[in-house]
Design a protein around this ligand. Structure first.
Ligand SMILES: O=C(O)CCC(=O)C(=O)O
Ligand SMILES: [Fe+2]
Length: 273
């Protein structure tokens, strides 16, 4: 596709006037990047309001509600906080990493999202990858996982996702539909080494004691979030009410051709292929 056509397509999806991701060398681009870097360095997370165009938000919400009925996978269970990464293999069965509740949510995997969906068009847009790399201060690559590179999550009444660290290093979360109550992303910035070394601190967070650094991020449709989910423990609190919470995620890593582990694929999508 010709560059200008693509930019006009992208500018139908995201607010390039407010967030000139396609032109980070411009004055506005430099200001955006400087603010984003500063926020990311302090919180390991940045929030850009009104990132998605309102029409796209409505379109994605309607499309997802349809796909939810016909295609989504309901994952239910109880994971350990490390989601099957190396660390967990050395943990004893009574380690607080396993102190999880039963929880549920529904997911659409990358291979269930059509290639002309605005979400996929955006994920494939190279300036987005450059933007993420510039914020985190390292070259990153899109996850290459067939199922988990880009996903959509639907939380109905009482659905939640308990505390965990992501397997991917950096994740963009796009907020698409807000529930009446709950569905808050709670996160403890850069907590990984702390809770790996201090099982008491880990147990307290999982049991519901608020860590002094815990922060809350409510769901606001149109919002863009970039966080370092592998480093910062996080959860999505239970949703209440008849309107579901919908979010989309896009994963990035410092190494190319990143694949999820089998444990996480089974947990999120109920399949490995
Ligand atoms: O939906 C969100 O806000 C984040 C979901 C999440 O943490 C995950 O899928 O790993
Ligand atoms: Fe996560």
């Amino acid at each position: 596709m010709e560059l200008n056509t693509l930019i006009s397509k992208i500018s139908d999806i995201i607010n390039l006037d407010k967030y000139p991701i396609h032109d980070l060398e411009s004055e506005a681009g430099r200001v955006l990047l400087a603010k984003a870097r500063q926020e990311f360095n302090s919180n390991s997370l940045i929030v850009l309001n009104d990132f998605l165009r309102p029409e796209i938000v409505s379109h994605l919400a309607a499309e997802t509600l349809e796909d939810d009925v016909t295609k989504s996978f309901c994952f239910t269970g109880s994971n350990n906080v490390f989601l099957g990464t190396q660390e967990v293999q050395n943990l004893s069965p009574d380690h607080p990493s396993y102190l999880q509740k039963i929880y549920t949510k529904r997911t659409l995997a990358c291979d269930q999202i059509s290639s002309d969906s605005p979400l996929k068009v955006l994920f494939q847009w190279n300036p987005l990858v450059t933007f993420v790399s510039s914020i985190v201060g390292q070259e990153v690559y899109r996850s290459a996982d067939k199922l988990g590179a880009m996903t959509v999550h639907i939380h109905h009444n009482k659905d939640e996702q308990d505390w965990h660290f992501d397997v991917s290093e950096y994740t963009i979360v796009l907020h698409i539909l807000a529930p009446q109550k709950g569905g808050v992303l709670e996160y403890v910035p850069c907590s990984r080494s702390e809770v790996e070394e201090d099982t008491e601190a880990l147990a307290k967070i999982i049991r519901g004691d608020r860590h002094s650094l815990t922060k809350d991020l409510p769901t606001i449709p149109g919002v863009f979030v970039l966080h370092s989910g592998k480093l910062s423990m996080h959860r999505v609190t239970p949703v209440e009410g008849t309107i579901p919470r919908i979010s989309a995620t896009m994963s990035f890593n410092r190494t190319p051709n990143f694949q999820l582990n089998e444990y996480t694929r089974q947990l999120y999508f109920g399949r490995n292929e």
